[in-house]
Design a binder for this molecule. Structure first.
Ligand SMILES: [Zn+2]
Length: 47
């Protein structure tokens, strides 16, 4: 399944912001990155 936050094909995608936070805390790199872009949507992530 594709994670709506990480945009990666994973077995157990994150279902909400809480879950992605927990995974980021567990040093799951893809979720750390996704969480950062969630928290700072204005920081130059646009085209
Ligand atoms: Zn995820």
């Amino acid at each position: 399944m594709k994670c709506q936050f990480c945009h990666q094909d994973v077995e157990n995608p994150c279902h909400n912001a809480q879950e992605i936070e927990r995974r980021a805390t567990s040093s799951i790199e893809r979720c750390e990155k996704a969480l950062k872009s969630l928290q700072a949507p204005e920081s130059g992530g646009r085209h």
